[in-house]
Design a protein around this ligand. Sequence first.
Ligand SMILES: Cc1ncc(COP(=O)(O)O)c(C=O)c1O
Length: 363
Amino acid sequence: MGENITMSDIDKGPSIFIGARGKDLISFGSGQPDIPPPISVFDVLRGFPYFQYGNIKGELPLRTSVANIMEKKFKVPSSPENVVITNGASEAINLIMSSNLDVGDKVLLTRPYYYSYLPLVHINRAAPVFTDLVNNKIDLEDVKEKVKGVKLMIVNSPSNPTGAVEDKKTLNALQEITEDAGTFLLSDEVYNALVYEGKHYSPAGDNVITVNSFSKTFSLCGFRVGYLSCMDDNVVNNVVSQKTHTSMNTSLLSQAVAFETLKLPSRLIEKNRKIFKARRDLIYNRLLGLGLEVQKPEGAFYVMSKIDNPKKACFELYKNQNVIVYLGEWFGAPGTIRLSYPLELDKINEGIDRITSYLNDAR
Ligand SMILES: Cc1ncc(COP(=O)(O)O)c(C=O)c1O
């Protein structure tokens, strides 16, 4: 059964579960794809010859490919000079904040939010402002009120933790509202390849900073490669100045692997999307079958559920059922738990069976 943790450890946040492994453990915790990257990328690893420092912005071939994808696939203006390759989307988000915000600047977050956003706002001594999602969707009228005096807003579609996908109309309106308010719009699109209802859309504009990652689309979480693209040269220069003195270049080996994934045919991405859609259908229907209150996720690989006493559920599921679920409170959503489902169908079934046992004991 789960390792020695106490109920109060749950307050420490997701770090208590990140990296947890075990033969019989079923983790609906960390958001990392279980499908390995295609075999062709492994060829890069053998005999890799570059051991010296790399360009701080990232290697030119990778930045060129990324800029092409930004323009052709996402229809967002870009250029290799306006792309920075980072240690995952995580570093991109942190660098955007740390190099472009002053102490006390306001950052507007949609709530529920990805669990790192709020700590990053605090780490960078900025001030969080929240706009609560309505049925998991952005309330533009509320944003119009809350955006006043805000330096940076973060939008995340498809969303972690809700799985909601915002439509083109909303994202375009959001871009205009933020631009009029003199606010940067950070669009975190790390789940762009996993959309099951509707279509992914990338907002574009002078105030937009697009953030993306190789972690989710190409199963490269541990290689730590992501990027930001922004046509505002100041933003890019600020990021590069800080990266020079913090992490320096992103791992050259990881960049070479990332570059290889961009040559893969899009049917591989589509194949994975279909696998994840079947998983979404299974977990959603099984949670509904348990009488839990859930909204159907439209993308990413997460689903949120209301549950009685979520902290006890989180603790006892781990302790007694060897199942990890994340506490909704970590995402600004008390009264809920979040389940990630990058798992094979039989594991999802087994995990839900164990949750059923927990609920039967608790009722
Ligand atoms: C919404 C969102 N943004 C960013 C990240 C960080 O991704 P990366 O592995 O590229 O740092 C995650 C990871 O779970 C995420 O869910």
